[in-house]
Design a protein around this ligand. Structure first.
Ligand code: SF4
Length: 376
């Protein structure tokens, strides 16, 4: 049985979901309405991690719709992806990185996804022609790495993954290639049981460094099954980094966050970012944590974390750049540009007097008071 056959066992509608999660007829009807707008998909493996008796189970919150998804507060493109799109499926926001939207498919459609606008739905945003993207990258010497994402890059056919790797590893100025994928978390078997995938990852790892960037959000996801996929990737010479999204009701508890980041280190996964949840339609009001509280959660978690776990940076992927959230100082919140769309902003530190429940920065906020310049 191939991974594609196994994926066919996944749950794609509310009726099938009811076999795993108890719900009333009224809830089921409401969820069907949500699924018509934001599709449902989950592997049976991931659903098996839910405690069906607990309506607040964190795995449930990430995989099962709720009526809060009807809340259309927010935006669909909160990081300005449209503005950074050079050609269909290729974004170039930061000079050294090219980002490829390789697919709109995922093994699970996370309810908190920031690309809700395109995952599992008809879209004209994903890459059609690998050759055109490769030509652009080859002609831009400043690009030293490529992030292949989506959707979930490991839901691509092996032949297409190989096509990317073959073309990109032949470009001299590319130092490393990243795959953005939640497959190790939600469908680990696709990785550890596929010798063809592992063979080509190992082979191309000998030509260029390959990283997998995954997204574990809760310690309950750090299962033996998931670790089999991580171990398989490691044996191919791949370094696995993790980006956690801070999510209300899932990991906005210092003990949970610390257990997660410490657990990642224990398993040999590098804690890379904790991301502030973006103000996405259908996500914002359900999952975002106000910044003042978010900082407290992360800082309190750090008290329980080792130095290795504390390598993680708490950031927001803002339209203007990747902004690190440093903490509060004399009643204002301090921020620092970790990556910037406008190079003049690199390293710039600024402060904002946050409103009580403010959970994101406006364009005006990021222009406010400068605390110090990178050269200071
Ligand atoms: S796997 Fe990633 S792209 Fe896919 S739904 Fe989840 S968060 Fe979104």
């Amino acid at each position: 049985m191939t991974w594609k056959d196994k994926l066919k066992d996944s749950v794609h509608d509310v009726e099938a979901l009811r076999e795993f999660i108890p719900m009333t007829d009224a809830e089921a009807k409401a969820y069907e309405g949500i699924a018509a707008r934001f599709p449902i998909a989950s592997t049976t493996y991931y659903l098996s991690l839910i405690d069906a008796k607990d309506p607040n189970d964190p795995i449930r919150k990430m995989s099962v719709p709720t009526i809060e998804e009807f809340d259309m507060g927010g935006d669909f493109d909160t990081s300005g992806e449209g503005q950074n799109t050079i050609m269909r499926g290729l974004q170039h926001k930061y000079s050294t990185t090219a980002l490829l939207l390789s697919t709109n498919r995922c093994a699970m459609y996370c309810r908190h996804c920031f690309r809700k606008r395109l995952v599992g739905t008809k879209t004209n945003e994903t890459l059609n022609f690998v050759d055109e993207a490769v030509s652009y990258i080859a002609s831009h010497q400043e690009i030293n790495n490529v992030l292949i994402t989506g959707g979930d890059a490991f839901l691509l056919d092996n032949a297409l993954i190989e096509a990317y790797l073959k073309a990109l590893t032949e470009i001299d100025h590319i130092d490393f290639i990243r795959f953005g994928t939640r497959t190790p978390v939600v469908f680990p078997e696709r990785i550890y049981s596929d010798d063809v995938l592992l063979g080509l990852l190992k082979g191309y790892s000998e030509k260029k460094r390959i990283y997998v960037v995954t997204q574990f959000n809760h310690p309950n996801e750090l299962t033996d099954e998931a670790m089999k996929s991580i171990e398989a990737l490691r044996k191919c010479g791949i370094i696995v980094n993790n980006q956690t999204v801070l999510l209300k009701g899932v990991n906005d508890d210092p003990n949970v966050m610390a257990a997660l980041q410490n657990g990642l280190v224990e398993k040999g996964i590098v804690p890379y970012y904790i991301f502030q949840c973006r103000p996405v339609k259908g996500v914002k009001n359900q999952f975002q944590v106000p910044l003042k509280r978010a900082v407290k959660v992360v800082e309190d978690a750090k008290k329980l974390m080792s130095g290795h776990s504390k390598r993680v940076k708490f950031c927001m992927s803002h339209e203007t750049g990747k902004i690190e959230i440093l903490g509060s100082f004399e009643g204002r919140m301090l921020f620092k540009y970790h990556q910037a769309k406008n190079p003049e902003n690199f390293g710039r530190i600024f402060s904002v007097d946050l409103r009580k429940n403010q959970a994101w920065l406006t364009k005006e906020d990021v222009m406010r008071k400068r605390v110090c310049e990178p050269s200071a």
